[in-house]
Design a protein around this ligand. Structure first.
Ligand SMILES: Nc1nc2c(c(=O)[nH]1)N[C@H]1C(S)=C(S)[C@@H](COP(=O)(O)OP(=O)(O)OC[C@H]3O[C@@H](n4cnc5c(=O)[nH]c(N)nc54)[C@H](O)[C@@H]3O)O[C@H]1N2
Ligand SMILES: Nc1nc2c(c(=O)[nH]1)N[C@H]1C(S)=C(S)[C@@H](COP(=O)(O)OP(=O)(O)OC[C@H]3O[C@@H](n4cnc5c(=O)[nH]c(N)nc54)[C@H](O)[C@@H]3O)O[C@H]1N2
Ligand SMILES: [Mo]
Length: 801
């Protein structure tokens, strides 16, 4: 989130689109209700289903799954043509005024530079025009034909209300009503907050769904504002921590990237990852990348990391391509993987195309499962009737089950969607032979290292040089790891005047103290400040709210700043757009106020942009080369589309840069055989596949079901409680039918489109009634940027059994 949970109470309009917060985030959702009750805010919901969130909304309208870019681009067009924007904000704080290269084009569904053979773009033309001084050219009047503003206007001009209705199936009057609600928040004293989650990410155009909304917020001037922002409601309780710590195949902690195999030495890696400012005088905070990187390497390798050996650069793995889960299971399916360590992950139920996952696991020599529960994945080789129809005698994979504890059985921190790090204390010992994850991983590490010491082995340096000075090497304490992530001074640190700011060995208090000369260590720079010389800041528990804006104590990264880009909450001269939402104040020498300012030194009127992480200092309406399928969002149909075409450009139906492997392409079905849209989702009463191991949850929601709209049910002769079979080109599910008014038939491109709702929580382990995994049905297709699978829009058929 740019903002945070408590801040939702400051909004005038809350738009839940691409998520079902009341059901999947019932505790945090109270802040949306708080806005409704105490701030007279409107709550609107746009969802293919009338959800529990919709049931408490002021306004609901349906949308066909997978078409949000059309809807949101229609909103962009409405705001631009009706001049419902914060003009001063757009001119000063967004890249609307920068000039785009003349050879950047968009024609018939494709941007310039498409490489059809490799399903990717060459992005040279996706850039600004540069002057002789090396900075991007700019026309603040937005008159120049190449100002981002003008190609953007041309791009969204196709998304008229007619087109929105035709592609999304949303009634035109409803769409225009939503436009009016949103447009009201272009006023300086009104803000809108968008709450979204998987209804936007689980698509082959996921990243662009989110971008389109972010562009709306930029036009309205809602980013940096209390009660505004881009607010993703994240999934597992610590999934934000997972991304912060870089647990993805091409990432390092703190949003740094792992070197690629093109970057053969430290200099080329740093050059590729340390941006130059694109306009004069910008903060361009990523210019500090070398300080973050070298400090991380000192944390990883201690004294072994020295300037002479590039701080151990050669010991890091280098990537040739992304090893995301889709890629990895595809390699496994080809027999290219020997062993798989599966920790806190149940891919047999959670990954697309279950049959492919099962066949892939069958090709492994060994599989290690680290989990508190007996999961479907750890039992993938067992026959469970139709639920898991395998012949165990044919599977040779050796499976090791290592029982782990769960969060309540250990101390530690979690990062919630607000970037807020919260410390928790162990409530009980883990049962039986279960060990904490840290103890299991450290145990594997120390044993491997001992084998290297005694027997030698390939590429010993990364293992032997790893710094591991925990009090109990086989079981590092969570407190030690947390302090290491924060970081400390390895030598006395002095400021420019020569004063000592941090003593040798002391915890640092800010990432601004990090150096690139080996005198600081920090495992994850964004966490710097979480455990300082004053102690564990994550354990603070004071809910006092002196400003009334909800910026309570606790500790959020970065540096306990609650609203990112908060300099944008005031106009270029430093006057808050809305006094009730004043976050900062210039006292003549520095900024201070109700939030921690994004930058403290640049005076009002200095022209230093508020978007300090961007090399232009601006919010990007034109994304340059940062996104895989284009600098402007464009509608592409789901890979399995009920209308078989893309009305905007029939030649390019689906995302031309999305991730799909050859065999998975062959496994796609068509609307002739599978005419209905299948979409998968969660229920409050269950958490993924875990809670079917708990009796009370199993009682609360005992039986697998599918939701079918009344019209389709009548057509198919299906009644409430009948057994139905839902099938796709990859598999089927049998479950009870819930016939409902909540899912309507939509009129799309001249035809009726029906949707079938498929909850995800069932499987063949646990104590609840057995069921089929929803992913028997789903296709193995991934978003072009995140590789997140398309779980929310695929094709199915339904019949009574
Ligand atoms: N009780 C409970 N809570 C959970 C979880 C759980 O298993 N149980 N899981 C957690 C996890 S890991 C996550 S990631 C979050 C997910 O939180 P959500 O994203 O809120 O969860 P989903 O139920 O998948 O809901 C997505 C909603 O998006 C809608 N939708 C589908 N396609 C589209 C579309 O194209 N456009 C629009 N506008 N809407 C669409 C669906 O109808 C559904 O209502 O929940 C977390 N919270
Ligand atoms: N069709 C469809 N598929 C989906 C989704 C969907 O909406 N539709 N949602 C997707 C989403 S958003 C997500 S996040 C994924 C989730 O996919 P997974 O992460 O595979 O699903 P979980 O069941 O949450 O599995 C996590 C496992 O971690 C274990 N666990 C819990 N605590 C601990 C711990 O402290 N240590 C260890 N080692 N293990 C622990 C649990 O017992 C569980 O078995 O599913 C995805 N799959
Ligand atoms: Mo998730």
């Amino acid at each position: 989130m740019t903002n945070h949970w408590v801040d939702m109470k400051n909004a005038n309009l809350i738009i839940v689109m691409g998520g079902n917060a009341a059901e999947a985030h019932p505790v945090g959702f109270r802040w949306a209700m708080e806005a409704k009750i105490h701030n007279n805010a409107k709550l609107i919901v746009i969802d293919p289903r009338f959800t529990r969130t919709a049931s408490v909304a002021d306004f609901y309208t349906p949308i066909r799954s997978g078409t949000d870019i059309v809807f949101l681009s229609g909103v962009l067009l409405y705001l631009m043509t009706n001049n419902k924007i914060n003009r001063e904000y757009v001119e000063a704080y967004t890249n609307a005024s920068l000039l785009v290269r003349e050879d950047f084009t968009f024609e018939d569904g494709l941007f310039s530079g498409y490489d059809a053979e490799n399903r990717m773009y060459h992005k040279t033309t996706w850039n600004y025009q540069f002057g002789q001084n090396g900075y991007a050219k700019r026309d603040v009047t937005l008159q120049d034909a190449r100002c981002v503003w003008n190609p953007l206007k041309a791009h969204v001009s196709r998304y008229t209300p007619d087109v929105v209705e035709n592609i999304c199936g949303t009634p035109q009057a409803d769409f225009l009503q939503v436009c009016e609600f949103i447009a009201e928040t272009s006023a300086h004293d009104k803000t809108a907050s968008f709450l979204y989650a998987l209804g936007w990410t689980h698509h082959s155009v996921g990243a662009q769904n989110i971008r389109t909304m972010a562009m709306i917020q930029l036009l309205l001037g809602n980013i940096g504002m209390a009660g505004g922002g881009i607010n993703v409601l994240r999934g597992h309780s610590n999934i934000q921590g997972l991304t912060d710590l870089g647990l993805l195949s091409q990432n390092l902690p703190g949003y740094m990237t792992l070197p690629s195999e093109q970057q053969t030495d430290l200099e080329s890696y740093l050059a590729a990852n340390t941006p130059q400012a694109l306009l004069p005088g910008q903060v361009n905070y990523w210019s500090n990348h070398p300080k973050f990187f070298v400090s991380m390497m000192k944390s990883f390798y201690g004294d072994k990391a020295q300037k002479e050996n590039g701080w151990g650069f050669d010991w890091l793995p280098k990537w040739d391509k992304s090893y995301d889960v889709l890629q990895y299971f595809d390699m496994m399916s080809q027999g290219k993987v020997n062993g798989y360590i599966c920790q806190g992950f149940n891919p047999l139920t959670s990954f697309p195309d279950k049959n492919k996952i099962r066949d892939s696991l069958s090709k492994l020599k060994f599989l290690v499962i680290i989990d508190p529960l007996n999961t479907e994945t750890s039992s993938f080789w067992q026959h469970h009737g139709e639920y898991n129809d395998v012949d165990a005698s044919k599977i040779q994979t050796e499976v090791f089950r290592l029982p782990s504890s769960c969060f309540a059985e250990e101390n530690g921190s979690k990062v919630n969607s607000s970037r807020w790090l919260q410390w928790h204390w162990k409530g009980a010992d883990a049962p039986g032979e279960a060990l904490a994850d840290g103890e299991i991983l450290a145990g594997i590490f120390t044993r491997i290292r001992s084998m290297y010491v005694h027997e030698g082995g390939a590429v010993p340096e990364p293992v032997l040089n790893m710094s591991w000075d925990y009090q109990t090497p086989d079981n590092p304490a969570p407190e030690e790891v947390a302090m290491e992530n924060n970081g400390k001074a390895l030598a006395e640190l002095r400021d420019a005047e020569g004063n000592v700011v941090v003593k040798k060995g002391e915890q640092i208090s800010s990432f601004a103290q990090l150096r690139d000369d080996g005198t600081t260590a920090s495992g994850c720079w964004v966490f710097a400040g979480s455990w300082t010389a004053a102690g564990n800041q994550m354990a603070r528990r004071d809910n006092a709210d002196p400003s009334g804006l909800g910026n309570t104590q606790g500790w959020a990264w970065p540096l306990n700043r609650r609203i990112l880009y908060n300099r944008a909450s005031a106009d270029p001269a430093g006057k808050p757009w809305d006094e009730k939402r004043q976050l900062l104040d210039w006292d003549g020498g520095k900024w201070s106020g109700a939030d921690i300012p994004d930058y403290s030194a640049a005076a009002p009127g200095s022209g230093v942009g508020p978007f300090i992480m961007q090399p232009e200092g601006m919010g990007c309406l034109f994304a340059t080369d940062k996104i895989a399928e284009g600098p402007f969002p464009e509608h592409f149909e789901p890979f399995e589309t009920p209308i078989g075409t893309n009305p905007l450009h029939p030649n390019v139906v689906s995302n031309p840069a999305a991730r799909i492997f050859k065999d998975d392409l062959a496994a796609l079905g068509s609307a002739e055989k599978f005419p209905y849209v299948g979409t998968t989702y969660r229920l409050t009463e269950h958490f993924h596949g875990w809670t079917k191991h708990a009796r009370l949850n199993a009682i609360a929601q005992p039986q697998q079901f599918e939701e079918i709209g009344e019209r389709l049910a009548a057509q198919k002769g299906i009644k409430q409680g009948d057994w139905v079979k839902v099938s796709s080109n990859r598999g089927y599910i049998k479950a009870k039918a819930v016939v409902t008014k909540r899912i309507r038939t939509l009129k799309v491109n001249g035809q009726d489109v029906d949707t079938i709702g498929i909850p995800i929580h069932w499987g063949f382990t646990g104590i609840a009634k057995k069921g089929y995994t929803a992913n028997n049905l789903t296709p193995s297709v991934g978003d072009a940027n995140s590789q997140t699978p398309e779980y929310k829009a695929f094709l199915v058929n339904v019949e009574k059994v």
